[in-house]
Design a protein around this ligand. Structure first.
Ligand SMILES: Cc1ncc(COP(=O)(O)O)c(C=O)c1O
Length: 364
């Protein structure tokens, strides 16, 4: 028989994003579902981004600017880098795949904390490279352990700060040590900062500030979280221009669509919406952490817009009970943490509703 599909596909699972909200609402017979499972922005998109998308809609018969010029220039000004240090992607997800495609091949090893955001392992495996897993220590990436797993075959290390699903950060000093240990001929260091906007710990790394000293660093960020544009799919990589030039060779010509580019430019200019979002998440993260801890749950120290909650044997039952009450959270078992729930921080009303359901579930 002619083999049509690559054997490596047997070793990866399709990403399970869950059923569409409309379908779940119909199945459960509820008018509205509060989705606290996908780490989206509870305030919605910036109104200015919405207006920009509507304005741009009449031009969707035209291909987008394949170079994403306006958005890259705006980001460059915002971040204090040059536009040739930025690559746009159809979400940060696509950038992970582009990096893998451009850099990884059979025989390479890529050191990744475990558990972590599932696509890291998937993109590595799909290239024929080997993921080298480094266990989290107390919900945090163990940078000393990761450094100890680096060999001559190591092509990259992948770090995530704040980490998904634990919510914990990579701290500046341990990262400085790790980068120093990598020596004069270091592998790529991919630092995924999808949730960086929500961090308020002064020790949290800021990848952009590290770029001048570290030529192999690639920082990933996204408009999906604090900017509230998850549905438009816009992420970006910031790295040395040489790395961006390499990645551009594997990018599809029009990978970020016209509406997404217009929406992201407008969202970037709307600092008020961004600040309101970040303020809300930080406040509500404190509130929800305190309320859950007060009820006897242990909660990983989160700097993201979600909490990883240890609910022990009751975790699965809570997920089901919450769903019956119209609240969707992520089962920890699906993200490498059995006995946990991953709960997106919502508005005060949403968080109180979640707590009330948990209280009822425990009382019954
Ligand atoms: C850690 C992490 N990186 C990257 C992404 C992907 O972001 P995007 O929506 O830009 O593809 C996510 C999405 O949830 C994430 O959790």
């Amino acid at each position: 028989m002619r083999r049509l599909w690559r054997a490596v596909l047997d070793s990866v699972r399709p990403y399970e994003a869950g059923a569409p909200l409309e379908q779940l609402q119909a199945e459960l017979g509820v008018a509205e579902i509060v989705r606290l499972s996908a780490n989206e922005n509870p305030l919605g998109p910036s109104p200015r981004a919405v207006e920009a998308v509507i304005r741009e809609a009449g031009r969707v018969h035209l291909y987008p600017d394949g170079g994403g010029t306006a958005l890259r220039q705006a980001l460059a000004r915002h971040l204090g880098v040059t536009p040739d240090a930025i690559l746009l992607g159809n979400g940060a997800d696509e950038l992970l795949a582009l990096i893998a495609w451009a850099a990884f091949e059979a025989g390479d090893e890529v050191v990744i904390p475990h558990p972590s955001f599932e696509p890291y392992g998937t993109v590595v495996k799909l290239t024929g490279a080997t993921p080298i897993w480094s266990p989290l220590a107390n919900y945090e990436a163990d940078l000393a352990d990761m450094a100890g797993r680096v060999t001559a075959r190591t092509k990259a290390l992948i770090l995530c700060s704040p980490h998904n699903p634990a919510g914990t950060i990579v701290r500046r000093e341990p990262l400085r040590h790790l980068l120093a240990r990598l020596g004069a001929d270091p592998p790529l260091v991919i630092l995924d900062e999808a949730y960086r906007d929500f961090a308020d710990d002064p020790e949290a790394v800021n990848g952009i500030a590290l770029l001048p000293q570290h030529p192999t660093l690639i920082v990933l960020r996204t408009f999906s979280k604090a900017s509230g544009l998850a549905g438009l799919r816009v992420g970006y990589a910031v790295a040395r221009p040489h790395a961006i030039e390499r990645l551009n060779r594997v990018r599809a010509p029009y990978n970020v669509n016209r509406l997404a580019q217009a929406g992201a430019v407008a969202a970037l200019a709307d600092r008020e919406h961004w600040e309101r979002t970040v303020r809300l998440i930080r406040e509500e993260r404190r509130f929800l952490t305190a309320e859950l801890t007060g009820r006897g749950f242990s909660v990983a120290p989160s700097q993201a817009n979600f909490l990883l909650v240890n609910a022990g044997d009751e975790a699965e039952a809570f997920v089901k009970q919450l769903l019956r009450s119209g609240i969707l959270v992520r089962a920890g078992a699906a993200v490498g943490f059995p006995g946990h729930l991953r709960v997106t921080v919502g508005t005060r009303a949403q968080n109180e509703r979640l707590l009330a359901v948990l209280d009822r579930a425990r009382a019954s």
